[in-house]
Design a protein around this ligand. Structure first.
Ligand code: SF4
Length: 212
């Protein structure tokens, strides 16, 4: 990444941290993936029960691997052998100590936008786990809320669909058709404006391009 872009992300990161704190989130800016991993490990106490959903950025900084190999109890629904095991893990995740996730869009004034197909990821973000840790690259940040929603709907979701390859229009065209398909991955669109209780949701913003 160019020095110019690093500076750009640092400056916007500082503003976003301040605006997130004003909304009672905890927030940190890390210039690199390595710093972000170190900060995450500082924030997650050893012995914690940890789970995650839709956390590609966390995966890119190596957080899930660190959880699996460290002194944590991991609930990983993707490791389930049967649908029943995966469903149970998804439910158990609602009671974990730390739920790791990402953001589909973040507005510079400190609001988070997430889109979900079944809703388990946004549900855990809203209520259930004791704390939520969001890892997000600065590529997710837009100037205002309207652009954050637009980014989530027209960039993140069609990109995500290239991974799932479900029978939805954007799988074929790469463009959102505002579908009502049975397999639509955009059934819940959640804007998290503030954090209550204060500090429950923590952000680690990374000055690199991560996730979708
Ligand atoms: S076409 Fe449907 S599944 Fe694809 S991004 Fe739009 S609403 Fe989501």
């Amino acid at each position: 990444m160019s020095e110019m872009k690093k500076l750009y992300y640092c400056k916007r990161g500082e503003i976003l941290v301040k605006n997130l704190k004003n909304r009672h989130f905890d927030a940190y800016f890390c210039e690199t993936k390595e710093d972000a991993l170190a900060k995450a490990l500082e924030l997650i106490p050893e012995g914690a029960t940890v789970s995650w959903g839709g956390a590609m950025s966390a995966q890119q900084i190596g957080l899930q691997d660190a959880m699996r190999s460290g002194s944590y109890t991991v609930i990983d629904r993707y490791a389930g052998q049967t649908q029943e095991e995966r469903d149970q893990a998804t439910k158990d995740a609602m009671f974990c100590d730390v739920y790791i996730s990402g953001a589909n869009g973040l507005s510079l004034d400190g609001q988070m936008v997430n889109i979900d197909g079944t809703g388990n990821r946004v549900a855990a973000t809203i209520f259930g786990p004791k704390s939520v840790l969001i890892i997000a690259g600065m590529n997710k940040v837009t100037d205002d809320l309207e652009s954050a929603v637009k980014r989530a709907r027209t960039v993140a979701a069609p990109l995500n669909q290239q991974r799932f390859q479900l029978n939805n229009p954007c799988t074929v065209t790469g463009t959102c058709a505002d579908c009502k398909s049975e397999t639509c991955i955009c059934n819940q669109i959640v804007i998290t404006r503030n954090c209550r209780p204060a500090g429950r949701i923590k952000f680690i913003l990374v000055g690199e391009e991560l996730g979708l």
